[in-house]
Every structure is written in C-alpha cells, then in structure tokens.
Design a protein around this ligand. Sequence first.
Ligand code: B12
Length: 234
Amino acid sequence: MEDHANRTAAIADAYAAFLRLLDSEDKYGCVLFALSTLASEEIDIPSLYEGILAPAARELRCTFRNRPLCVWEEHVRTSILRTVLECCYPELIKARRQVATHQTKGSGIIVCPTEEYHELGARMAADLFTLQGFDVVFVGANTPQQDILDAVAVTSPVFVGVSVTSSYNLIPARRVIQQLVRLRTDKGAAFTIIAGGQAFTKDATLASSLGADVLALSYADICRFAEETPWYSH
Ligand code: B12
C-alpha cells in the first residue's frame, strides 16, 4: 500500500518536472530526464510511457507561450517525444532481454489506418508489446488498407494491433478490420485483431462492433493478452 503511494507520488513529481522541460521545448533535457529516470529504477518503462510521456503528449495548452497549443507546437512536442522514445529503445531491449532471452511470443504488427496521422500512441503500444515478449513490426501512421493486408500476409503475425486516435478515422478502421477478418478466413490464419487508442475509450463495445477480437487500452490489457500467448524458443 505504502509502496504504491510512493510510486504514485514519484510519477506525479517526475511528470511535473518532465512537463516543464517539454513546455520549454528542451529536447536534450527531456531525453536526459527520461534516461536518468529509468536508470534510477524508480520508474519503469510502462510507468514512464503511461504516467509521463502519454499524458504530456495529451496536454492541450502551451504553458510556455501561455496560449492554446497550435499545430506547429504540437508537431514540436511530438517530435521531442518521439526522440525520447527512440533514446529509450536500448533500455526497452535490455528490459525485454531480462524477461526472456531465447524465447518469443511470436510476431505482432501495429498499424494506423488510412488518414490516421496520430502515431505516438501506436508507437508506445508497439514498445509495450515488445516488453511483453512479442517481436513487433511498427508500421505506423496513415497506412493504405492494401499495404496493411500485404504486411500481415508477409509477416504472419500472432496479432494485428489497429490504433485509432481520432473518432473521424473509425470508418477506415472498420473497413480494414473487416478486410483483416476476411484475410484470416481466406488464409486459414489465426492472428488476433486488437483495437486500441483513444477513439475506443468512450465506448467499450465499439471495438467488437467494428469486428476486432480484443480491445486493449493500457499496458495492463497488453499484459493480459500476453499472458494468454505461449512462449516458444527461437
Ligand atoms: C499530437 C496530436 C496531433 C498530431 C499527431 C502527431 C503524431 N505524429 O502522432 C497532429 C498535429 C498530426 C494532429 C492532427 C490532428 N488532430 Co490531433 N492531437 C494530438 C494530441 C495533442 C496528442 C495525441 C497523442 O500523441 N497522444 C499521446 C498518446 C501516447 O496517447 P494515446 O494515443 O492515447 O496512446 C496510448 C493508448 O491509447 C494506447 N494505444 C494507442 N494506440 C494503441 C493501439 C493498440 C493496439 C493498443 C493495445 C494500445 C494503443 O497506448 C498509448 C500509451 O498508453 C491529441 C490530444 C489528446 N487528447 O490526445 C489531439 C487529438 C487526438 N487530435 C484531434 C484532432 C481533431 C486532430 C485533427 C483533425 C486537427 C486538424 N484540425 O487538423 C488532425 C487529424 C489528423 C488525422 N487525420 O489523423 C482531436 C481528436 C478529436 C476526435 N474527435 O477524435 C484531439 C483529441 C484533440 C482535441 N481534443 O480536439 N494531432
């Protein structure tokens, strides 16, 4: 109980400190902060992502210039956050190897449907699946439907993660999920279709109504899916 309270307080402090650096667009400061936070072992990668980086990305005010965030500032913030993620990648792989060195849960693929330009959440989800033992192919933003189907046919994944942030992009999401279901039937494949991202947060039935098998919104959900997936040796 006390441990949990200490951890929550540590994350809240770290969030406030990180936000100051991000608001002042101090890219180097943000990278150093994230790496030193992980090195201190006070905060692990999932907590860094879900407790600090994701909420910082979702801030809609530019406190630095004291006005509502505009598109170019959003781009600057996203770019800084992407650099932070990339710099944490070696730490992610180190943590992944501590879980299991010569075993995998199979490959997975993370895509954003056509017109979905938000990809930071998808990128974080890709890392969180990696941490849980999957070999993840991150395809990312605004991917044409046929390319998604081709990528799945080529990589034979155990899961396909479809990330949707903006509710405007639920129509292309539905189309691609329907095509994935058809591909699975035609090829006799067994991949799980996992829907995730902010567009699904308000309605728990939406993902299944689009045809997805699983709704995953958090690291806890990713862990649950991973627990049901067996390890096998390389
Ligand atoms: C940054 C940003 C942008 C950037 C994106 C840059 C990039 N390369 O990613 C840019 C400038 C491109 C952009 C554009 C637009 N944006 Co925008 N954007 C945002 C903002 C500020 C942050 C998004 C973000 O990065 N979040 C952080 C990530 C880490 O969080 P996350 O996505 O929730 O991901 C987590 C989980 O959901 C989960 N997850 C995500 N995907 C998946 C997938 C799987 C399989 C799993 C398991 C888990 C999972 O894991 C992540 C880690 O925990 C949000 C505000 C907000 N509230 O989020 C608005 C927001 C999403 N945008 C919005 C809008 C309206 C737009 C535009 C239409 C604006 C415009 N007028 O042009 C365009 C649309 C572009 C398009 N066609 O997609 C609205 C959406 C409203 C709605 N009804 O859906 C928001 C909510 C802002 C608002 N309140 O109005 N945007």
